[in-house]
Design a protein around this ligand. Structure first.
Ligand code: NAI
Ligand code: MG
Length: 326
């Protein structure tokens, strides 16, 4: 069976790390049909649109999508792309790897971020000169979906600690509903869980990440807390993510287009390659996903490493080393 994969490299280092992930996938004994699509700043400059219709169709029709990064147009690309694949859950693991100088070496966290609403609903306006507003949308349906997904993920992947992040003491209606719904899901499932105020949680994650496992979050909290966790484990170059929908899914590194290093061939391909490993899990190739993760981990430990991790290797060196270990 051939899997049709939409490959959207985007801008900046997206153009460097996406081919690296495709090379790794190509080295496996699985049949992929990779079809490339354009999106991002350069595409907008050329066509007037950051996410052309044919790229949308490509992602909609594919078995899965790999996305690199976009630059200034990121919101115009990634938000509609997540919508196109019907994704409601953003899965962001943050794991410390042996051999790396992690701030917190015992970190093994997975953020399950609600991906469709909250403050990213896009309902924002200038109501008067110098006065702007934003509407934060939280629905019972979306809260239920993300909580179900989070508890299921914890169970399937062997995480004992599940934390529901919220700020229901202040945002009583919106996060009140989020919390109440997520707690009801936990009780229906007979699952153990904790709740945490998202601001206090930020501090505890820094001092005691080992106390946490799966963290179920509203949209913005998940965005911020997962970047915070990236700092704990060694930087944005390491963090993969999955945008999972009921039908389709999109896999992308947490990082952006990194204009400061783009074009130099030194971007760390780890986050993108680990995103491809998450895609393998999603397509039912969990063993191959593990092989890719093991090979990547071994290379992080033994080198070669890119400059963000203190090495002097290129993207291509690291990719070749990972493929050799597969
Ligand atoms: P960024 O993630 O692109 O870069 C932040 C810092 O981390 C930079 O110093 C960069 O060199 C470093 N970095 C990131 N990924 C790396 C990698 N794989 N290897 C080595 N170093 C890496 O975030 P920034 O600077 O806030 O945004 C740059 C552009 O990216 C902006 O135009 C922003 O809109 C866009 N962006 C796009 C995202 C997406 O497409 N999903 C997500 C975040 C930002
Ligand atoms: Mg972010």
């Amino acid at each position: 069976m051939t899997h049709r994969i939409a490959v959207i490299p985007g801008d900046g280092i997206g153009q460097e790390v996406t081919p690296a992930a495709v090379e790794v996938l190509d080295a496996l004994d699985i049949e992929f049909d990779f079809v490339e699509g354009d999106a991002g700043d350069a595409t907008k400059a050329e066509t007037g649109e950051a996410l052309p219709q044919d790229t949308r169709e490509l992602a909609r029709g594919a078995d899965a999508t790999l996305f690199g990064a976009a630059g200034e147009t990121a919101a115009d690309v990634i938000l509609p792309l997540r919508e196109v694949v019907g994704s409601f859950a953003n899965v962001r693991p943050a794991v410390s790897y042996p051999g790396l100088d992690a701030v917190q070496p015992d970190t093994d966290l997975v953020f399950i971020r609600e991906n469709t609403e909250g403050v990213y609903s896009g309902i924002e306006s200038e109501i008067a000169d110098g006065v702007t507003t934003l509407t934060r949308v939280i629905t019972e349906d979306a809260s239920r979906d993300i909580a179900e997904f989070g508890f299921e993920y914890a169970e399937t992947n062997g995480y004992d600690d599940v934390t529901i992040a919220h700020k229901a003491n202040v945002m009583r209606e919106t996060d009140g509903l989020f919390l109440e719904t997520a707690e009801a899901v936990a009780e229906e499932r007979g699952a153990e869980y904790d709740t945490a105020l998202m601001d206090a949680l930020a501090m505890h994650l820094i001092t005691h990440p080992e106390d946490y496992g799966v963290v179920i979050c509203p949209n913005l909290a998940g965005d911020m807390l997962s970047d915070l966790a990236a700092g704990l484990v060694g930087g944005l170059g390491l963090l993969p993510s999955a945008n999972v929908g009921s039908e389709n899914a999109l896999f992308e590194p947490v990082h952006g287009s990194a204009p400061d290093i783009a074009g130099e061939g030194v971007a760390n391909p780890t986050a993108m390659i680990l995103s491809a490993a998450m895609m393998l899990d999603h397509l039912g190739y969990g063993e191959d996903g593990d092989r890719v993760r093991d090979a990547t981990e071994a290379v992080l430990d033994a080198g070669p490493r890119t400059p963000d991790l203190g090495g002097d290797a290129s993207t291509e060196d690291v990719t070749a080393a990972i493929i050799e270990r597969l």
